[in-house]
Design a protein around this ligand. Structure first.
Ligand code: ATP
Ligand code: MG
Length: 431
């Protein structure tokens, strides 16, 4: 016997019941982005593999072990399913010379792909909303993007999402810190785990991010980047904090927040919650002033963040929000030849007037159709038998009433049904 084909491990269907949460989330997010003047951009899901290697960095988790890379069998091109959105966004910015005339505020949402071990809050296809700005060098836009986060949590009705902030300084400052850091780790080589040993000379900053309990004390005491920062970097960091303080946004400075991607400089931040277990980061981002030039564009300061949609939806669901399962206004019941020819036209007429209609398909007795009408959650049944059809009328039956009284029913001319229903719906809304 052949086995039914299942979805790829770590790649999930979102079914009705949950998908309504997603739609509500997306609606909220679109309104929120509009209120900050960010404009949508849509990039392909597949990009040339070298793009990610150059943008994210060869010795990062993503490039080393998480990318879905393959060779296009038809032309031999190395391709990768995007593991994140910033690289593609910058590629598009350069390719279409978007930042030449004026700074840009952009956003995208959609699936990302990383070959990770699937677990709660960690999937192989997951979804991000990403926000990027290009052409703003000052701390004001960093702070804007952090304030955006705070507002979105509020719009979504979420609390308990804490802000962690750090600065990575500039490449030269990092280099001098890096040298000291390597020396420090070498002095404590006996404590380094396998991952850390591998990173010691490639990406020692990432060791600071290790969650290995045995290394925590040694990491806490390691040399701090903050001590290597010059005036400009410190002023930028202070500028961001000033705006956050003025806005009353609490934050915690976390010197170990280094982010997993190579392209960041200066401000980095994460929004974290304790309510999702180990996968507690719902949003992360920072400044990446070098990336546009590194990918072949003109030097362009840039800042952005991305949030994990699955983790935010999990929080929304945990907060007990009910998804608005969209009920229809009307269920159309019909039986008989003349009735079944009139009924689709009546339904379309109602929809012309903005009324949502579930049209009964599949025949059956009036009784069984009425059962379906009741179960549909519709406010009205529009019932059409041949009797009604001959008279150019329908029977309009209230399935639920604003005041909880048993529903009335009456005969209404075909031209008057929409008006009757709209009046009742309006009355109920006012009541
Ligand atoms: P983590 O430390 O959880 O692996 P990351 O640093 O790799 O996260 P980013 O590349 O910064 O994550 O992506 C931004 C956000 O996207 C994360 O904060 C998280 O909410 C979400 N995210 C990242 N990877 C996954 C995944 N595999 N499944 C679900 N959500 C993810
Ligand atoms: Mg990761």
């Amino acid at each position: 016997m052949s086995k039914n084909i299942q979805s790829v491990r770590g790649m999930n269907d979102v079914l009705p019941g949950e998908s309504e949460f997603w739609e509500l989330f997306e609606e909220t997010v679109r309104g929120w982005l509009k209120s900050y003047g960010y404009r949508p951009i849509r990039m392909p899901i597949v990009e040339p593999t070298p793009l990610f290697k150059r943008a994210i960095g060869e010795v990062t988790d993503i490039v080393e072990k998480e990318m879905y890379s393959f060779v296009d069998g038809l032309n031999g091109e190395p391709l990768t399913l995007r593991p994140e959105g910033t690289a593609g966004c910058v590629r598009a910015l350069i390719q279409h010379n978007l930042a030449a005339q004026q700074p840009q505020r952009l956003y995208y949402m959609g699936p990302m792909f990383r070959h990770e071990r699937p677990q709660k809050g960690r999937y192989r296809q997951f979804h991000q909303v990403g926000v990027e700005s290009f052409g703003f060098a000052g701390p004001d836009v960093d702070a804007e993007q952090i304030l955006m986060g705070a507002r979105l949590w509020d719009d979504l009705g979420l609390d308990g999402i804490r802000l962690q902030l750090n600065t990575l300084g500039q490449p030269a400052e990092r280099a001098s810190h890096r040298a000291e850091l390597i020396a420090w780790f070498e002095r404590h080589a006996d404590l380094l785990d396998e991952d850390a040993q591998r990173r010691l000379h490639t990406n020692p900053l990432r060791i600071l991010d290790s969650k290995n309990p045995a290394m925590q004390e040694m990491i806490m005491a390691a040399p701090k980047l903050l001590d290597h920062l010059g005036d400009a970097s410190l002023a930028h960091f202070e500028g961001v904090q000033q705006i956050l303080r003025d806005a009353g946004i609490p934050y915690e400075i976390n010197p170990r927040l280094v982010r997993g991607l190579d392209y960041y400089n200066l401000t980095v931040f994460e929004w974290v919650t304790d309510r999702l277990g180990a996968q507690g980061t719902v949003c992360a981002g920072g400044r990446y002033d070098g990336l546009v030039e590194q990918l072949g564009g003109k030097p362009t300061p840039a800042c952005g963040f991305a949030m994990g949609v699955e983790r935010l939806i999990a929080l929304i669901r945990e907060a007990g929000g009910e998804p608005a399962v969209p009920g229809v206004d009307v269920y159309v019941v019909h039986q008989g030849e003349a009735a079944s020819r009139l009924a689709p036209r009546v339904a379309e007429r109602l929809r012309d007037n903005g009324i949502d209609v579930l049209f009964h398909c599949g025949g059956g007795s009036f009784k069984s159709q009425m059962k379906k009408a009741d179960a549909s959650g519709a406010a009205f049944a529009v019932i059409i038998g041949d009797d009604e059809a001959t008279a150019g009328e329908v029977t309009l039956k209230e399935l639920r009433t604003g005041d909880g009284q048993p529903g009335q029913q009456k005969r209404v001319g075909v031209d008057d049904v929409a008006g009757e229903i709209m009046n009742s719906l309006m009355d109920w809304e006012e009541a």
